[in-house]
Ligand binder design. Structure first.
Ligand code: ACO
Length: 381
């Protein structure tokens, strides 16, 4: 007799993802293990609400991506399989519906593509941001084995670059079809965006490495991305909304999410056509990331902090504020004495002061008032 559980696999465990690099590029990495065999957080959009796969023993579903072009290759392995008449889940046909139309079925062809990528793959679109990290900062992604320490001939720094693109960017539409599966696997409630909506914009983050054998050649490896949607904003601008935002597990918890968010925010600041940056239905982890980065930005803005929270800031009730002792609490626990604390309920002069900063900084209203509240509380401690 066979029990159903013996033939049932947890889909999140059975499915593992890899970002495959050419052999030479692996050598200069933290370790190849870091980029291989990480798991999805969600598989319910593919395998159903229970996230289970029925009908196999020792099941392993490996979905490999070329680390640059994201060319895909799927391998399904198991030691035993129930006969097809027993309601067995058909893995390849199910998963293939979610793969890019150009996914590769031949492993040799896939590995050739990885090799080709190493010298030929270049990001799509326009570079909008870059930063450099010490190579000795080891990735701390979740569920990942600890990588080995760098070898003596490894690079000391690693560059990261963010590229902006639209559907009109040549080749990007096909590229997006290879990356969009990550949204289903990592964003709760995530769904695929429509290619018919012409106005989508994208920010894609890459790790950039110099090849050892040919130092003039750089290799690019996908790290994460965000989809952005511009909404009309009266009278002639747009409000740019972050719709989907993700950093792949090997790179999480290492500041790359913050860097991608900063890149998008800088892009918003630099473009007069964009009135403000908003976020669609943020997950808690993203809200946290956004708050931390927005607060850091405000705290670094000397003029804003001096005018709103410094010694010369004038309270809505006429007192000189800014010192800890002046952080009086009004009814409901809200501090009013700090100038910025006047918020929406302050006199017109305070309101317009706050609104001027908000529009200059291009932060959405609700978020800006939350940030101001946080700064008030911080000043009161
Ligand atoms: N070294 C070590 N730790 C660091 C460093 C660093 N240099 N920089 C930041 N950190 C810490 C931060 O302090 C933070 O810690 P905390 O969680 O204790 O507050 C943590 O790392 C996360 O910050 P980042 O590293 O900047 O963010 P990360 O790259 O991990 O990205 C994100 C966060 C986007 C939520 C990522 O985990 C992810 O993609 N998750 C899955 C998908 C998802 O949930 N996306 C958001 C959905 S909402 C939406 O799409 C609008």
């Amino acid at each position: 007799m066979t029990s159903a559980t013996a033939w049932t696999a947890d889909a999140n465990e059975a499915l593992s993802l890899s970002l495959v690099r050419a052999p030479e590029d692996k050598a200069s990495l933290w370790s190849r293990e870091v980029y291989e065999g990480f798991h999805p957080t969600f598989t319910y959009p593919i395998f159903g609400e229970e996230e289970k796969i029925y009908g196999y023993k020792d099941l392993s579903v490996q979905l490999k991506f070329a680390s640059g072009s994201l060319a895909q290759h799927l391998t399904v392995r198991y030691s035993e399989r129930l006969p097809s008449s027993s309601a067995v889940d058909e893995i390849e046909p199910t998963l293939s519906k979610f793969l890019a139309p150009d996914h590769l079925t031949d492993e040799k062809e896939f590995l050739e593509r990885v090799e080709h990528d190493a010298t030929h793959f270049k990001p799509y679109g326009e570079k909008i941001y870059s930063y450099t990290r010490a190579a000795t900062t080891l990735p701390k992604g979740k569920n990942i084995s600890i990588p080995q320490v760098l070898g003596p001939d490894d690079e000391e720094t690693v560059d990261f670059e963010v590229y902006h693109s639209t559907w009109k960017t040549p080749g990007f539409r096909e590229y997006h079809r290879r990356m969009q599966l990550f949204v289903l696997l990592y964003i709760e409630g995530g769904s695929l965006i429509s290619e018919d909506e012409e106005t989508w914009e994208f920010a894609v983050l890459y790790e950039k490495r110099r090849r050892r054998s040919s130092p003039d050649v750089f290799t690019y490896h996908f790290v994460g991305y965000s989809t952005l949607y511009p909404f009309y904003c009266f009278p002639e601008r747009v409000r740019l909304r972050i719709s989907q935002f993700l950093i792949l597990p090997p790179y999480q918890q290492d500041g790359h999410g913050s860097a991608l968010y900063t890149a998008i925010y800088q892009h918003v600041l630099a473009h007069p056509r964009i009135a403000e940056l908003t976020v669609e239905d943020p997950a808690e982890a993203f809200e946290d990331l956004r708050d931390r980065n927005d607060l850091k930005m405000l705290l670094a803005n000397e003029k804003f902090m001096r005018e709103g929270f410094g010694p010369e800031a004038i309270s809505s009730n006429g007192g000189k504020v800014g010192g800890v002792g002046n952080g009086r609490k009004a009814r409901g626990g809200k501090a009013r004495s700090i100038r910025a604390g006047a918020g929406k309920m302050g006199p017109p002069a305070e309101r317009s002061w706050l609104e001027k900063w908000r529009t200059d900084l291009k932060i959405a209203g609700r978020q800006f008032h939350r940030l101001v509240e946080m700064l008030i509380l911080r000043n009161m401690d």
